[in-house]
Write a protein that binds this ligand. Sequence first.
Ligand code: TYM
Length: 344
Amino acid sequence: MAQFKPLVFSGVQPTGNLHLGNYLGAIVKFVEMQKTHDCIYCVVDMHAITVPQDPAQLKSSIREVTAAFIAAGIDPKAHIVFNQSQVAEHAELAWVFNCVARMGWLNRMTQFKEKAGKDRENVSVGLFAYPALMAADILVYRATHVPVGEDQKQHLELSRDIAQKFNNDFAESIALCGHGDAFFPLPEPLIQGPATRVMSLRDGTKKMSKSDPSDYSRLNLTDTADIIAQKVRKAKTDPEALPSETAGLAGRAEADNLVGIYAALDNRSKDDVLREFGGGNFSTFKNALVDLAVARLGPVGAEMKRLVGDPAYIDSVLLDGGRRAREIAAPNMKAVKEILGFIG
Ligand code: TYM
């Protein structure tokens, strides 16, 4: 397989409140990757319209996710931050991938099944084809590494399948057009650390999510210190003391989740956290977690609020990022069209 220049790509949907799961599962990793890689971080607004959206709300959510990226420590000058709809090549390549991906592959996507529920006949075609657009997001830049939370693993595997099938189906043309034995890299998911799947604070068996009707199920990035304290203190636990080793967390979903959150916020392993808190009760642990969460999230939330108050700056970041993203996407898309046999 040909060698590809290492490049990181990832995206976050501008739908509703950003929460601790998005932060620990994705955004913290985005910040980390900047040290070692060129990175492209995208506010995926075209994914957001696969379900009904209010235009005014969508616009403010796009700005809010951008603000979160910057507040968390992403440098939009050294790397690229933009909203997806500015770069038409995403949609263009997604169409090609709609013709590469098989119905059977998309039918297996658990996120679609969950989101569509019993009302499959009534959801948008876009919701079904969503993973082909996600593959296009990554591959239009020929990106090689994708930091995501655990819930995106299946979509990443599909992106690899699409890249592989394109490379196989058009192998001869790819070689003739001078791209060697593969045009697309097989993008690698980066899913690491103690918080790749942050669970609801109300139910340790359910993922923390933007769409949970209970706001007490999640810590939002813009929650105040008081709200963070209330939510953590109300978080579901069990009557046992904390174990001294991670093995003791088995079958204790809520305890496992809170320890994982603590570990991720403090950049430690769960074992290390349990060495400190094992044998103690939850109220002591929760007090420490409140202090840690407020110390880590407070400044990010405050900076987000400040940035959202300056939409002209946010929009200038997105426009600049869009222009730079297009410079990479356009020649790649041109090459794809040539490989396919299109004229012009
Ligand atoms: P989205 O917007 O639902 O979530 C953004 C990122 O946050 C992660 N995440 C979580 N991580 C840990 N625990 C949780 N409870 C949790 N909830 C969300 C997600 O895994 C994700 O990394 N389809 C994607 C957006 C997307 C994308 C892409 C990602 C579109 N194109 C290309 C990577 C590459 C999504 O809906 O993420």
